[in-house]
Design a protein around this ligand. Sequence first.
Ligand code: AMP
Ligand code: ZN
Length: 652
Amino acid sequence: MKNRMNELVKQLNQYADAYYRLDSPLVSDAEYDKLYRDLVELETAHPDLVLPNSPSHRVGGKVLEGFSKYQHQYPLYSLQDAFSFEELAAFDRRVRKEFPHVTYICELKIDGLSISLTYEAGHLVVGATRGDGSIGENITENLKRVQDIPLTLPEPLDITVRGECYMPKASFGRVNQIRQEAGEVEFANPRNAAAGTLRQLDTRIVAKRGLATFLYQEASPTEADSQSHVLEKLTKLGFVTNQDYYLADTMEDVWHFIEDLAGRRQNLPYDIDGVVIKVNNLAVQEELGFTVKAPRWAIAYKFPAEEKEAEILSVDWTVGRTGVVTPTANLTPVQLAGTTVSRATLHNVDYIADKDIRLHDTVIVYKAGDIIPAVLSVVEAKRDQQEPLLIPTACPSCGSELRHYEDEVALRCINPLCPAQLKSKLEHFASRDAMNIAGLGPSIVEKLFSANLVHDVADIYQLSIEDLLTLEGFKEKSATKLYQAIQASKSNSAERLLFGLGIRHVGSKASKIVLENFVTVPRLAEASLEEIAVLDGIGAVIAESLTTYFGSEGAKTLLAELEASDVNLSYLGQKVSSDAQLAGMTIVLTGKLERLKRSEAKAKLESLGANVAGSVSKKTDLVVAGSDAGSKLAKAQELGIEVRDEAWLESL
Ligand code: AMP
Ligand code: ZN
């Protein structure tokens, strides 16, 4: 038993390493998942035998109460700064006075947070933040959720290593997109996002955020003789090291590396804020020693601050996908990180109010990586009698009144006929969980709008085959097919329609509940807030959102149009709705189900029209995760795929 578990853990870790760190999978996801399930089964039966390096430690949520202090055995140091070649040359002269023939290693200065990882007998026992250098915080549970940190090493070493934990630009974009759509405050930059994530008390959130690491230092005594050998050793032990380093014999060489880097840093998949230059030979490092707070053998060159002053000339307000209205400042042009910047985001109305940003203010604009420039703060000294910024009360796209909900930082346009929102609304309307109109994807929606054939979701029911034939790329057969799919959607049970309308807080489950009770959409539209809020599973939030929506003129027009096109507005009950409930969806099962057997779960999903697949990919629509779900769940989260639980499966 123990041997089998050992073997599984070893194999799974090797596969995960190949997948996450080396980016070259050794086995299929299906194969991985099978082994993972075998392991979890054994672990469930023998919880006392769970190995410390089991991949099952990486998933599953824990809500922590807080972080305890951690006293570093080897203190973390900071670095002396340099901002010019002259400062680097002065550093070089000091070093060469004692050691005329040194070689330097230039490493990227990753803009994240320093972390310290301590392994005992090869097992990760503590992961901590830097803190003040001698006392940090114990964030072991969170760091275990960072996929590229090894839980065990290939050798039973006692070792403490240091490095940087950061959020890749891609993860940052995804995380902020989600926050923006939810009306939440966005992270200002990847560094803040990484810091906020590592301080999360819910480890599941950490697992979802896609953090990564670069390790660069062995803090415990090492046998390596140079920094480049340390990097090699760390790589062999399974850590991710940054291979974009450079060995330089002179400061001129170092400077060339820096200049080259300045030109390509925008294209790196992570933010850097400079270059760390270290004496490569560790014996020389030791001889040079430390000042009170920093090593004498290293210096950090920092890129010039990517902040400039600019004047706000005007502000544009644009309506996004979910009706969120975002302010962008037009600025006097400034050079920032190698590009000319004349526009910067002001984030949202609350941000403007907090920072008291006014028209014609001189502000600090900054740019991090390839992220759009943002206004950081007002230069108060340069203000005289600036007028306050006019906050729109009407939607810039459709003119209807904007809402500022109490729980949101943003303004929102809730008009369902708002042109700026309509395209994405139509995409949602046609999507599988909603009206399920096969073939009506984003590119076709775009074509329909540019051809002026469609202005709102109701218009698609006016389309003829001839109309569709006028679109680029359509032939008789494809036009007929799309036409038929549109016609067929008219007889859907109305909870699909309701969900498809994309009303705030109203998901497919809530849509079903309210229509089971009110039966038709027009009747629901007449219902009072109290009548809706008393329903089981529906709270005041959903009820209010529904009444606000149906109270708007746009909604009334839309309903009338749909009715005139013979779109079914009634709930057709279990029978009809269920046989199409999961039609065409690709669903993946993972983890251990408590009440249903896996074969039963699969049969149930298939009977509802779903296609049950073995591994998670971009084509997966939904993942049903039981307890101890493994890599499939992690992958689903990484790809942003919806995840449901066993209770949901039973509720179908
Ligand atoms: P500073 O915070 O500006 O004093 O710079 C020191 C910090 O740079 C360290 O605490 C590390 O978190 C960070 N750093 C990033 N990359 C490296 C690297 N390759 N070598 C040393 N420190 C680095
Ligand atoms: Zn609008």
